[in-house]
Design a protein around this ligand. Structure first.
Ligand code: C2E
Ligand code: CA
Ligand code: CA
Length: 609
């Protein structure tokens, strides 16, 4: 007669899977226990048996050759129904077992006693059992007690075995490997639990912050910090889910929520108290917290993906100075793209075919004469195609890459200007600089050397500069401004009107030109506010002795408006798109700007912009 299926079978099987014992090789520790059981109870067969879905599988099998049998014949499948030792004195006399092939055939079981292997959550995974080929009376109370004790030993072994390699020694929390396995185990379950799985990552310090802490106060303090951080997070978590240690100052948990509705309140509550400094041996240590959450299946298909997504979200929260962030695929995509671009910039500078310079004519609005051009950088990425400098220059500015890029631009443009000068084209060329370029002490010396090298006279070069929030050292920048000015190179204040302190630049940048951003120019003939802005900028700049350039002129109407209101110079698609050097020369030879939209050139060179 087959044993019935326990009521908690699903949980029981899940727990069994979690312990990862099934089909593992024999281990001495388990074999020692079965040997002890056989000796103590004086039987030829002792087993550690685990009841799997349709089989019993032996983690240790003493006195029996097979490693598994069908569940339908397993005595242990009966034993796991109770909490105490299950005994059969003579199987041939017991209607449940008398026809069992394990009784009628090999190994000829007559006597059986098994103690369930019970987890701390009360799930019986299997048994430790002893078997004899002859009938025996039930075990004496002290023998039963011995079997129970052996069962506890097996369980301790199973639990300890699971913890090995999965514990973070400092905090005593399970580690990232355990976290990933536990997430995957939850995902493997069917039903609503899996479809609602969420992964939460808590960052308590930026990575450099933790490294600094360990370096300056020592590893002991860093360890104390982690213990205290773990305690603080653990105490704050509603529902008290298990907390894991993922990496230095980073923790995680599986979201204990059955539905989305509770997500925000849960995260609000979990992160509410995380801002304050952490006290370690009386020393308050500042934390930077960011908590990220990723939900299955929308934010990741498996544990690794969910963890990565939640970590990204935690990073976004820290950067955005919000307590927590839900994973945002679009933002993640953007930062991955940024990462790729940054990585590929170095080879791009060295490659000959990825970076190019195009030149956009600058026109004297009154005479329609071309008076110069602006050099604009183009990057054709081998996989991603054309990338706008508006995208990759700000990225480069956040790293050490601006300098090699600026050097590349300077070399190409100065070589071109020298070549033009030889060919009789004497036009001023503007080069865009990053404020970060001007923070380098040797920048003006590099310029001097380059002018020298290419034989370019400084009055053929302009630098366009924009305020940057990234500028750290205004003193250094001002020194470079002065020296470059002394070389005879002029400065234009670029994107005028868009920055926070546009007027204050006028005070410290020794510029001679103010360049009104296209933001104010494009809709000039229809937007009254833009008209006021531009008119007053032109007047103010003139009064202070600056020349005024307007960029982004796309229509004859805007051109005429600017000319009538006294703007000196203009730049825009109406006159010409940015052109490759040969196309720019051809445009000049063809007479430059005629006063009419340059249809053919616009069309032909649209791809260059
Ligand atoms: P920017 O200095 O404000 O350059 C003007 C931008 O407006 C250029 O975009 C130009 O192609 C575009 N433009 C010109 N006329 C028109 C027009 O009529 N309509 C419209 N819609 N746009 C027009 P681009 O070339 O994409 O450059 C973007 C930004 O990248 C530049 O803004 C500049 O800040 C930066 N940049 C470009 N080249 C360099 C470089 O070599 N070094 C540095 N540091 N920055 C550069
Ligand atoms: Ca510019
Ligand atoms: Ca601009």
């Amino acid at each position: 007669m087959e044993a019935s299926i326990p009521a908690n079978e699903q949980d029981r099987l899940a727990a069994l899977r979690r312990f990862e014992l099934l089909d593992t090789p024999p281990e001495d520790a388990f074999d020692h226990i079965t040997r002890l059981a056989a000796k103590l109870l004086n039987v030829p067969i002792a087993l550690v048996s685990l009841i799997d879905q349709d089989r019993q599988w032996f983690k240790s099998h003493l006195g029996l050759a097979v490693r598994e049998t069908a569940r339908e014949f397993a005595f242990c499948a009966h034993a796991i129904h109770g909490d105490d030792v299950f005994m059969v004195e003579d199987a041939t006399l017991d209607p449940r077992f008398s026809n069992n092939p394990l009784v009628t055939e090999d190994p000829g079981i007559r006597f059986y006693a098994g103690a369930p292997l019970r987890t701390s959550d009360g799930l019986n995974l299997g048994t430790i059992c002893v078997i004899d080929r002859v009938p025996r009376p039930v075990l004496a109370p002290d023998e039963q007690e011995a079997l129970r004790n052996l069962s506890s030993m097996v369980m301790m072994l199973i639990e300890a075995r699971q913890a090995v390699g999965y514990l973070h020694p400092v905090t005593g929390l399970s580690n990232r490997f355990r976290f990933l396995k536990d997430i995957d185990n939850v995902l493997k379950q069917d039903g609503p639990a899996a479809s609602r799985t969420g992964v939460v990552v808590f960052d308590t310090a930026a990575s450099d912050q933790y490294a600094t802490l360990a370096r300056s106060l020592g590893q002991v303090m860093a360890d104390l910090f982690e213990v205290a951080a773990a305690r603080r997070i653990g105490d704050a978590l509603p529902g008290r889910p298990k907390l894991y240690h993922l990496s230095a100052a980073r923790f995680g948990c599986i979201l204990p929520l059955p539905d989305d509705a509770g997500l925000e309140p849960w995260l609000d509550a979990a992160t509410a108290g995380l801002g304050a400094p952490i006290l370690c041996q009386g020393v308050p240590i500042a934390t930077s917290n960011g908590t990220g959450v990723a939900l299955f299946p929308s934010d990741g298909a498996n544990a690794l993906e969910l963890l990565r997504a939640a970590t990204t979200a935690a990073h976004q929260a820290m950067e955005g100075k919000t307590p927590w962030c839900r994973y945002d695929a679009a933002q993640d995509h953007a930062s991955q793209r940024a990462f790729h671009l940054l990585r590929d910039m170095v080879p791009a500078v060295a490659a000959t075919d990825q970076f190019r310079i195009v030149y956009q004519p600058k026109i004297d609005l009154a005479t329609r004469q071309c008076v110069g051009s602006e050099a604009l950088l183009r990057w054709v990425h081998p996989d991603l195609g054309p990338i706008s400098p508006a995208e990759f220059i700000p990225l480069a500015e956040r790293t050490a890459f601006v300098r090699p890029i600026t050097d590349w631009v300077l070399n190409v443009v100065l070589a071109q200007v020298a070549q033009w000068e030889k060919a009789g084209i004497r036009l001023r060329t503007s080069i865009n600089l990053s404020m970060l370029d001007l923070e380098a002490d040797d920048f003006s010396n590099r310029i001097t050397a380059l002018l020298d090298h290419y034989g370019v006279s400084p009055d053929l070069i302009d630098f366009e500069v924009t305020e940057s929030a990234l500028m750290k050292d205004r003193g250094k920048v001002n020194r470079q401004f002065k020296r470059i000015r002394q070389l005879g190179i002029e400065f234009e204040i670029d994107d005028f009107g868009t920055g926070q302190s546009a007027l204050s630049y006028l005070k410290y940048i020794p510029a001679s030109v103010v360049k009104i951003d296209k933001l104010f120019v494009q809709a000039l003939t229809t937007d009254r506010n833009d008209q006021i802005m531009v008119r007053s900028t032109i007047d103010l700049a003139h009064e202070l002795g600056y020349r005024v350039v307007a960029e982004g002129i796309e229509t004859v109407e805007v051109y005429d408006w600017l000319r009538t209101h006294g703007c000196d110079i203009g730049q825009g698609y109406l006159m010409s798109r940015p052109l490759e050097a040969p196309a720019f020369e051809a445009w000049l030879r063809a007479g430059g700007f005629s006063g009419q939209p340059q249809k053919t050139l616009c069309g032909a060179n649209a791809g260059n912009d």
